[in-house]
Design a protein around this ligand. Sequence first.
Ligand SMILES: [Cu+2]
Length: 180
Amino acid sequence: MNKTTLALITAGVLGATSIATAHVFLMVALGVTSPAALAHGGHDDKPKKFDASRVEDTPYGRAADPKKATRTVHLTMDDRMRFTPKEIVVRRGETIRFLVRNEGKVLHEMVLGTAEELAKHAELMRKFPDMEHDEPNMAHVKPGATGELAWKFDKAGTFSFACLIPGHFEAGMTGTVVVK
Ligand SMILES: [Cu+2]
């Protein structure tokens, strides 16, 4: 089998991608490899139970137990595709419990990451709009509901958060976390 044949077969397989495969594909693309990270409950605004076995170190910190939060930060999301506030300043070492209220009429989500990772993830969401994703760094929030996301910022830097629902990210639904 030559390389072209293999590429065509691969393209065919990707063409028939199911939602589940798209999710695995996304995880691979994002470099998430643990089987625990593949378990997901879809778009759902129930507070996720903190699961220490799913905690992975990332360049922007790690998932934390909301009970161990040192500070609560309130945010709102709305259908103008805005987060309020748009910038959050955190001291290195703080564990923040974000309470994210959806004041809009459509689903929104808060996903933490580096600017680069979120842009890549947004592109995959555009390619696979029905893809369900649910990881410790994100909270999906139904209209009128409040979601929770707890995160320990153990590295200094400028990071991002965004709503990756197709069209929202592109409309500017992003914000910044500055860790000092
Ligand atoms: Cu949104």
